[in-house]
Design a protein around this ligand. Structure first.
Ligand SMILES: Cc1cc2nc3c(=O)[nH]c(=O)nc-3n(C[C@H](O)[C@H](O)[C@H](O)COP(=O)(O)OP(=O)(O)OC[C@H]3O[C@@H](n4cnc5c(N)ncnc54)[C@H](O)[C@@H]3O)c2cc1C
Length: 529
């Protein structure tokens, strides 16, 4: 990739057609697609380093070792009176974003998930319109390899189908499903356990071949403010690792892809957000947009852990290779309870309540596919270096749907554990422990040890013109401004019932289409509106 020559510009500021903020999951897709046209020049501003030649990043099974480390922005949550106040939200600081440190479980969102978006005001994002984008993805999405299929995970799948009467699923993406147990599809290369992250699939081939002279990636560079000229975003103020500051200009559009935490954070620090909140912090209000930071969504889950009768085999793709979906309510358009099966004892949170970690063990994690609690992200300081506050308001939904889902989950997990062939492996239930049986006790335990599977979304949600809290329109343009779109997990109006990464990649693919069409139709200004 070339080094741009700033001297070409009268101001000395580098100028590109598009500036992408965040070389993460969606940002990698967009940068790669836009630079397919050699005439289009794109800059990517990425806060982290490259993932190339970093085995600790590129080896999928080492994912857990990255959390909380130097490549993690590591966001705390505010106090959660009904949940676990100790949850930390990992967000990757490296090329490829969270697809470079996540578990790469790959679910095409269900048709009901996309159709829900359309009903929420995201015109053009229904299942029929979105389906082709799955076929465009460049990631190597494959079932967990045979060699990686651990004997205890196979027995979990068999026990789950026998205990709960759900089908065994081989290929969750082959057709829409309501329930089932099976091994996941993952975005990885089974023969080497190498990630097929957004950066590996979309950027590395071009970085290695040197065939995209029109793409420049600024690494270890932090975007701290969008540059506005009236109602038009004209560039991004950035700071390099050595402290040097500069303005990177966009002649067409700035595409904000910093993720569900850092995208609203950047907008708010740029004066784009709820006017009263910004003014109270002393941030100059450039554009009153009340929805920025609202609608904070996540997939919380709880955990039930068993000690096994001795060690279990070592082989695995990433230690959570299989799962289970259940539909308790037949009227639900999709699954309403999900479980990851971990072939490790996942006791980080229970240990805080005094539970011990067994030397050998497994975990089932009941997860809420469609949580009803809604949270909020907000700033507590005008200083861009101060992390934003994340108040997920876990388990605060009025009808207690979210907590009840976890209670049902623990009960169903126990049924699976009692069933052969899984039962033959298990010595005892470690937590919550067989003495915890009433709904009240189970709910309290489940909420206090709840963790996140790191799916924050929705904080700049897409919506219709009459939706006062929509931040972007269905073409992903920030409402009321020109020259700026958002494309990442923050635009999700609602959270898919399944793990969201494939949905984010598909947002990236569709965004690239919208940007290209917008540019063609508007003669060089795709950001109007
Ligand atoms: C530990 C973990 C496990 C997960 N497991 C799965 C899974 O198995 N399956 C699944 O479907 N989903 C999973 N997820 C969720 C999924 O990875 C995310 O939803 C998705 O990757 C988010 O993509 P994004 O483009 O919105 O943001 P990101 O991928 O986070 O990209 C944002 C990028 O912007 C950069 N950035 C942020 N702010 C700035 C700034 N101001 N200036 C410059 N750069 C900036 C960041 O460094 C990052 O590279 C997991 C997430 C985590 C953290």
């Amino acid at each position: 990739m070339p080094t741009h020559d700033p001297s070409q510009e009268p101001t000395g500021d580098p100028v590109f057609d598009y500036v992408v903020v965040g070389g993460g999951t969606a940002g990698s897709v967009i940068a790669s697609r836009l630079t397919e046209d050699p005439e289009v020049r794109v800059a990517v501003i990425e806060g982290g380093p490259s993932d190339i030649d970093r085995p600790e990043v590129l080896t999928l099974r080492r994912w857990l070792g990255l959390l909380g480390g130097e490549l993690d922005y590591d966001y705390p949550t505010t106090e959660q009176p009904r949940g676990n106040s100790h949850i930390r939200h990992s967000r990757a600081r490296v090329l490829g974003g969270c697809s470079s440190h996540n578990t790469l479980i790959s679910f095409k969102p269900l048709p009901s998930d996309w159709d829900e978006w359309e009903r929420a005001g995201a015109a053009g994002w229904n299942a029929g319109a979105m389906d082709p984008y799955f076929g465009k993805l460049k990631n190597n999405i494959v079932p967990v390899g045979e060699e990686d299929r651990n004997a205890i995970a196979r027995d979990f799948v068999e026990a789950a189908t026998a205990a709960l009467g759900v089908p065994r699923v081989e290929g969750f993406n082959d057709k829409p499903f309501h329930e089932g147990a099976g091994f996941f599809d993952l975005a990885y290369h089974p023969e080497t356990n190498k990630r097929s992250s957004a950066s590996v699939a979309y950027l590395h081939p071009h970085i290695e071949a040197g065939d995209r002279p029109n793409l420049e990636i600024y690494l270890e560079t932090w975007a701290y403010r969008l540059e506005l000229d009236g109602d038009r975003v004209t560039g991004v103020r950035v700071r390099a690792a050595d402290g040097t500051e500069r303005l990177v200009r966009a002649s067409r559009e700035v595409l904000v892809c910093a993720g569900a935490v850092d995208t609203p954070r950047l907008l708010l620090h740029s004066g784009i957000g709820p006017a009263e909140d910004l003014a109270a912090l002393g941030i100059e209000v450039r554009h009153d947009l009340p929805g920025v930071g609202e609608n904070l969504l996540d997939h919380p889950e709880s955990v039930i852990v068993w000690e096994t009768d001795g060690p279990i085999p070592e082989n695995s793709a990433m230690d959570s290779d299989a799962g289970l979906f259940v539909r308790r309510d037949p009227a639900s358009p999709g699954p309403d309870l999900m479980f990851h099966f971990y072939q490790i004892p996942f006791t980080d949170n229970p240990e805080r309540l005094g539970y011990e970690k067994p030397a050998h063990g497994v975990s089932m994690t009941p997860n809420i596919p469609k949580p009803r609690s809604r949270g909020r992200l907000f700033l507590t300081s005008a200083d861009p270096a101060v992390k934003p506050a994340l108040d997920f308001r876990y388990f605060t939904d009025e009808d207690d749907h979210d907590a009840r889902t976890l209670v049902d989950g623990i009960k169903l997990a126990r049924e699976v554990a009692r069933t052969a062939p899984l039962a033959g492996w298990l010595k005892r239930e470690v937590c919550p422990g067989p003495e915890i049986t009433s709904d009240e006790e189970l709910s309290r335990y489940a909420r206090k040890v709840a963790h996140t599977v790191y799916h924050p979304a929705g904080t700049c949600r897409m919506g219709a013109a009459d939706d006062a809290l929509a931040v972007v329109d269905p073409e992903l343009r920030v409402r009321g401004l020109r020259g700026v779109r958002v494309a990442d997990a923050s635009v999700f109006p609602t959270i898919p019932a399944v793990n969201p990464m494939i949905g984010v990649l598909m947002v990236g693919e569709k965004a690239a289409d919208l940007i290209r069409h917008g540019h063609g139709e508007r003669g060089g200004d795709g950001g109007d509106g």
